[in-house]
Design a protein around this ligand. Sequence first.
Ligand code: ITT
Length: 195
Amino acid sequence: MELYFITHNKSKYLEAEEIGREYSVSIKLFDLEYEEIQDNKLETIALMSCKRVLQEKPELKNKNFFVEDAGLFIKSLNGFPGPYSSYIFKTIGNEGILKLMKGEEDRRSHFKSVIAYHSKNETKIHTGKTEGKISHDIRGEKGFGFDPIFRPDENDITFAEMSLETKNLYSHRQKSLRELLTSIAAFARKKIDGE
Ligand code: ITT
């Protein structure tokens, strides 16, 4: 089957492509920068993004595609930046987050990924969450976004110090993607059994 990932973020796509290979699904990049709505729930943002994509690219209506919205939620900052992660990353970046966390001992945080999958006029949501800690300094050069300041639990290195394959063992994105790919595989099996 053809499965498109609509994103303007190549790093996100490369992570997804690798997971797709494990499921023998070739995920194709559809590079599109669309305007994201602001909302306090990632689920709403992902669903609205899916609608926006269909408005901008009506030719995708009969295709299988997904968009993904992710955010970093910091416990001691009451979940900030959460759904505003993109704007906050662009404005204050990792240095700004570390400044806000200066002197804070509670470093608990999590990443959440929400996929909105469009197929046959239906949109379904898949989610993934990874718990971790905000590091005290910027570490590593791999990955993107908040990767250099996020250490997933049971690890003493940040996402940015990990290879893509290792990040894919722990990340929020691989969890939502595995949920999506498992449900696609189950649907395909049902179809074969029914025929
Ligand atoms: P799209 O084109 O897919 O929307 P994006 O980069 O805007 O790509 P999001 O809105 O999902 O992606 O992500 C919001 C921000 O959260 C993003 O700018 C990153 O800084 C950060 N982020 C999301 N996933 C991340 C990850 O796996 N590692 C580090 N930072 C991440």
